[in-house]
Write a protein that binds this ligand. Structure first.
Ligand code: FAD
Length: 487
């Protein structure tokens, strides 16, 4: 007589969910559980937008389970402490979950595994957060993670397509001994987050239904898919953004990356030609997979010290400069507009992430990428341990990318996309009335122009916290010195 718990963590969906199917297999009772771990429920670690997205995703999952005469049980506490009590209470003998390769999850899941075995609970772990099982990739690559994107692409070309997706369950085993009042989904304020003003609905509504809808909508335009070329997309486009903006849905597994892959291949099959990795849409899924594989096997991947891939650089410590960057007060409108978009909406275009990361590290402020990583980790809805660390190392020229002389200008880079400064005017209304000529460099505007724009620089909007050209030259010298010694 099988009583099973399916433990949802990421993978907040019914489609392509092998852990859910494994829990259902021959079971008399099924308890769909999500554990709200106090480690995550911390506004300093997980910002408001991400927590809201998570709660919306849980509500959507709950609705889907209810449509199959079940529901989601949200348990509060540390998984290692609450799960053993639940499996005693419900006479559980099977626990299934999706594999998670982040260090925190690996430790947690190892501890749960150790507790389950003596309690007679069979543990089934399924891979579905990535296209491939990372162990399979590493084994096929002679025991080593591919070190470059190109070698990764060659490896997957040799291995063939990932495992096929699995169907959603048509019915679920029943749930017993739980009343409607038990294990509810909490509200943001119950978790210590400020309630969101209703006038500002989230641009990224959480959940499997919304994720699948957005995926279908994006893929419904074959010409757009065929020509998708990441470096050519416009970072200043915001209504709608120039890329899929599916990151949040992939991060929480509201959409399966294998479903994304399968549907994308179906569109490619209808096309005469289309772009290729690294710039194509498939190329983006491969970046994700490549970084996941490397992060899985590299020690101290989210740190500089003890990380064998990361160049050791003597970054400065400057808390006021870090705060100015994080709080959109650098005095460079393009940087501040991007950081405002990030804080307000929880998402930022890839090239904007490039620009603000370059500014914080090797470009202007010479602060450690780890500090920027922490800010992104708090503010991004799609904050992802493996991908965030990888890209921060990239942008700071600490790993993967070594052309450190290529520095993003906080003044001219975005101007090429948006000479009128629509993006800046949207996110920084204080600068709205500046003439086009000064919108990227408002400190250069004569006082009369500032007065006419109803914004005095140094009073209503900050002066630049750093002189870009001088900082860039100084930092290039420091980079040269860092590259002159062995990594
Ligand atoms: P699309 O271009 O539509 O791509 C689709 C999906 O492919 C993305 O959702 C993502 O899952 C994957 N993908 C795309 N680009 C990359 C990439 N460079 N590396 C790995 N996977 C990629 N992405 C995150 O998902 N989480 C992060 O925490 C994160 N931190 C970043 C930090 C920095 C400093 C930089 C420069 C980039 C970071 N990225 C991160 C990568 C990238 O910017 C985002 O994945 C992308 O902008 C999300 O928007 P999208 O969904 O429209 O992407």
């Amino acid at each position: 007589m099988t009583h099973a718990i399916v433990w949802f963590r990421k993978g907040l969906r019914l489609h392509d969910n092998p852990a859910l199917l494994a829990a259902c297999e021959g079971a008399r009772r099924l308890y769909p559980v999500f554990v709200l771990d106090p480690w995550f429920v911390n506004p300093e670690r997980v910002g408001l937008n991400r927590m809201r997205f998570l709660l919306e995703s849980l509500q959507d999952l709950d609705r889907s389970l209810r449509a199959l005469s079940s529901r989601l049980l949200v348990v509060r506490g540390k998984p290692v402490e609450v799960l053993p009590g639940l499996w005693r209470q419900w006479q559980i003998n099977r626990l299934t979950f999706e594999r998670d390769t982040e260090p925190y999850a690996l430790t947690r899941d190892g501890q749960v595994h150790d507790l389950a075995q003596p309690a007679g609970v069979e543990v089934i772990v399924c891979t579905s957060h990535t296209l491939y099982d990372p162990d399979q990739l590493i084994k096929a690559n002679r025991g080593r993670a591919p070190q470059t994107y190109q070698s990764f692409c060659k490896l997957v070309a040799r291995l063939g397509p990932p495992l096929e997706t699995v169907a959603s369950p048509a019915s679920l085993p029943s749930l017993a001994e739980v009343t409607e009042a038990q294990y509810p989904i909490p509200s943001l304020s119950e978790l210590g987050y400020p309630a969101q003003p209703e006038a500002e609905p989230s641009l990224y509504q959480g959940g499997e239904h919304e994720g699948l809808r957005r995926l279908a909508s994006y893929l419904s335009d074959p010409a757009r898919v065929a020509s998708f070329s990441k470096p050519d997309t416009d970072p200043t486009a915001f209504e709608p953004p120039a890329t899929t903006a599916l990151g949040p849905y992939l991060k929480f597994g509201c959409i399966s990356v294998r479903t994304f892959y399968t549907q994308l291949q179906a569109v490619y099959a209808q096309l005469k030609s289309h772009t290729q990795p690294p710039v194509s849409l498939l190329g983006q899924l491969y970046w994700r997979e490549f970084f996941y594989t490397l992060a899985y096997v590299t020690p101290n991947y989210d740190q500089m010290v003890g990380n064998p891939l990361c160049r050791q650089i003597a970054w400065d410590d400057n808390e006021p400069a870090l705060r100015a960057w994080a709080e959109a007060r650098t005095g460079y409108p393009w940087i501040d507009a991007a950081m405002t978009q990030l804080r307000r909406e929880g998402w930022l275009h890839h090239l904007s992430r490039h620009a603000v990361a370059c500014f914080l590290t090797r470009g202007d402020l010479w602060l450690s990428w780890e500090k920027g990583q922490a800010v992104f980790n708090q503010l991004l809805i799609d904050a992802d341990w493996s991908i965030n660390a990888s890209n921060w190392m990239w942008l700071s020229a600490s790993a993967f990318f070594h052309a450190y002389h290529r520095v993003y200008s906080p003044i001219t880079f975005a101007k090429g996309y948006d000479p009128e400064g629509h993006y800046i005017r949207h996110y920084l209304p204080v600068l709205k009335q500046f003439p086009k000529q000064y919108i990227y460099e408002p400190w250069k505007a004569p006082l009369a122009v500032q007065q006419q724009a109803d914004c005095l620089i140094g009073q209503d909007y900050p002066r630049p916290i750093v002189a870009h050209i001088e900082a860039k030259e100084r930092n290039l010298g420091r980079m040269r010195a860092a590259y002159a010694v062995a990594p």
